[in-house]
Structure formats: structure tokens, C-alpha cells
Design a protein around this ligand. Structure first.
Ligand SMILES: [Zn+2]
Ligand SMILES: [Zn+2]
Length: 275
């Protein structure tokens, strides 16, 4: 689903319900920025042939490496500034004051090397005032439309039945949401970074890869639309929507945001989010 579509859905929701919960307001604003940028981007050249893509996937290598991920730096910086304004407005989410973002502007701290480090999950330069986690969130907010643009081009190379790994076939990111297919209940993971969807076995933890069924279970709500898959070995959880119950009209990337109460519940049960 495109970012624009998610923003439209949130616009509609806001009209229907009046004021949206604060966390959703935050994401709504961020996604408006991302959708605006996404609309300006040309499709990137994949830089891969079908054969080289296949070779990479067979070796378990995602299709996009940090060094291949290029984008308009000026546009990125503008996006970063806009995202920083929203972060500043909702600074209490990060236990910060709005002044912090003015006094140490993230745009001066975040370099091309920071993006590469973010992409590879390595340490990113941060400051006393703004933590690594906040910098990571900011980079994600600003880089997402560029990354999703690559994902839209590269997804055509992915053969779902042969991938089935616990990281994204496009960018190598972890999953933070899943859905069960309406037809047969097969489980698809959603990339936390680029929204790519990929098929993954239901009876395995997507974080530590544990397959011991004694350590794996799920909680579900009364109408069985949502599931919280949990793993006793690594203590991680995965929010999941069952499209056999919810119907296929549901926008999965949006459900990830709307189910924030499940995150609260999971933490109360003692499980941790990914990343
Ligand atoms: Zn990804
Ligand atoms: Zn696990």
C-alpha cells in the first residue's frame, strides 16, 4: 500500500472520529511528510538483473545493500527538517523538550555515514541531548519514502517461496507486524523499515528463529482478529492480524499503527518489541 493511501485512510478516520489518539496524530503528520516526498520520487534503477537478484536471494542476501541505497541528499535533508519539527512538537514522546531539537539540530548531526550505519544496524553518532534511539527514529522517518521507493521496484525480483528468512528480502530489516492470509492463514511478515511483505513459517519465532513449540504461543482477542505471537526464548512479541477474520479490505500497514494498545499489553505481559 502506498503512503498516500495510508494518509488518506487516516484523514478519513479523523473525519469520522474527530480527534485521533495522540500517537496516531504523530504518525499521521509524519506520514503526510513521507507521502509528499514519495510522490516526488522517480523509480530507481534496480541495478540488478533477474539472475543476479536470484543469486543474492538464494545466498540469503537482501537485494539492497547500504552502498547501493542512494537518494537526493537535499530532498532528504528537507524531509529530515520537516520530520524534526513534528518530533519537536511531540517531544514528550521522547522524554525531551522542544528546545532540545532547536539547540542541537539533528540535521547537523546526521550525515551520509549515519544513514549507512542506520541501514546496517550499527552505532550512529548521537549527542548527550538526543539519544541514539531518537536519532534512529528520525532517520527512519526521513529515509522511509526513499527506501519504500526502492522496495517497490525490487519486490518484483523476490520469489516468496524460496526466501522465507527472518529478515526483509529487500533491505534486511526486521519485521514488526504480520498478517495471516485470508485464503489459507499463511503468515506474512511486514518489514519495520520499508513495508515489504514476505512469507514466513507460522511455527517459528521471526526474531531468534526458535522452532520449539513449547516456547511459542499466541494471545488472541475475543473476536480473534488480532494475535500477539510471543516467544519464551527471546521474550519478543509480534503483533498479527488474521485476515481470515478481519477481511482482506484491511490495510495492514495502517493496522500496525492502530494496534498500539497491543504493544502496551505485550509489554505488560513482559515481552519486548523488536529492535
Ligand atoms: Zn525492508
Ligand atoms: Zn524468539
Amino acid at each position: 500500500m502506498t503512503l498516500e493511501r495510508i494518509v488518506q485512510k487516516l484523514d478519513e478516520l479523523e473525519k469520522e472520529e474527530g480527534k485521533l489518539p495522540e500517537l496516531i496524530q504523530f504518525y499521521h503528520r509524519i506520514m503526510q511528510i513521507q507521502a509528499g516526498v514519495g510522490n516526488q520520487l522517480e523509480k530507481p534503477s534496480p541495478g540488478l538483473t533477474r539472475d543476479t537478484a536470484k543469486e543474492r536471494l538464494v545466498q540469503g542476501k537482501p537485494l539492497l545493500e547500504a552502498s547501493e541505497f542512494t537518494f537526493d541528499w537535499t530532498l532528504f535533508q528537507n524531509t529530515l527538517r520537516e520530520a524534526t519539527d513534528v518530533f519537536s512538537e511531540f517531544s514528550h514522546f521522547f522524554d525531551l523538550t522542544p528546545e532540545v531539537f532547536r539547540e542541537s539540530p539533528p540535521e547537523q548531526l546526521i550525515s551520509r555515514d549515519s544513514i549507512e550505519a542506520w541501514f546496517e544496524g550499527k552505532e550512529i553518532p548521537s549527542t548527550e541531548a538526543i539519544s541514539q534511539d531518537v536519532i534512529r527514529e528520525l532517520i527512519h522517518a526521513a529515509v522511509r519514502p526513499f527506501l519504500m521507493n526502492y522496495a517497490g521496484t525490487l519486490i518484483g525480483f523476490v520469489e516468496q517461496e524460496t526466501w522465507r528468512r527472518n529478515y526483509c528480502p529487500i533491505c534486511g530489516g526486521n519485521s514488526d507486524f504480520a498478517y495471516l492470509e485470508p485464503e489459507n492463514g499463511a503468515r506474512w511478515l511486514l518489514c519495520s523499515r520499508c513495508d515489504t511483505k514476505w512469507l514466513f513459517q507460522r511455527l517459528q519465532c521471526p526474531y531468534c528463529q526458535n522452532q520449539d513449540q513449547n516456547d511459542l504461543s499466541f494471545y488472541s482477542d475475543d473476536d480473534e482478529v488480532y494475535r500477539l505471537y510471543v516467544c519464551e526464548k527471546c521474550k519478543r512479541y509480534l503483533k498479527t492480524i488474521d485476515l481470515r477474520k478481519a477481511g482482506s479490505e484491511v490495510e495492514v500497514s495502517l493496522e500496525r499503527l492502530l494496534t498500539y494498545e497491543l504493544d502496551v499489553q505485550a509489554r505488560e505481559y513482559g515481552y519486548l518489541p523488536v529492535g
